[in-house]
Design a protein around this ligand. Sequence first.
Ligand code: FES
Length: 143
Amino acid sequence: MHSYSGLAKDHFFNPRNVGALDGEAFIGRAGSFTCGAVVRVSLRIDESQRIAEAACEALLSAITDYSNSVRDEWEGDEALICTCFCVSERTIEREIETKGLRTIAEVTKACRAGAGCHSCYSLIEDILDDHRRSQGIANPAYR
Ligand code: FES
């Protein structure tokens, strides 16, 4: 951490405005399926409509929590491959078979599997490989 300025180090070790404001505050949330983070900002506005107080918290494992929650409540009798978009193994197989898909990008376009955090990419790739083997397709360009 020696390349950071003293100010950056101070804020790293002693972060300010972290967490949520107590009492009445405006709350805003934003999340990203791509990086898996969720950010919550709370603001207290004074009588002159200026921000009097602010706090922010990042929930970096939000996508992991969400994925585990979806998996726990998944009621389908098929394997759940993409937790971001609740896409089952059978749905992906059906899309590959009926549309002749050859790449993860094509699978994503067809059924949204893989369009979020990308953690299901290796599973989609395995399904594409299985399909390729079952069809005797050699040397695929699956990526
Ligand atoms: S599990 Fe996140 S994109 Fe598929």
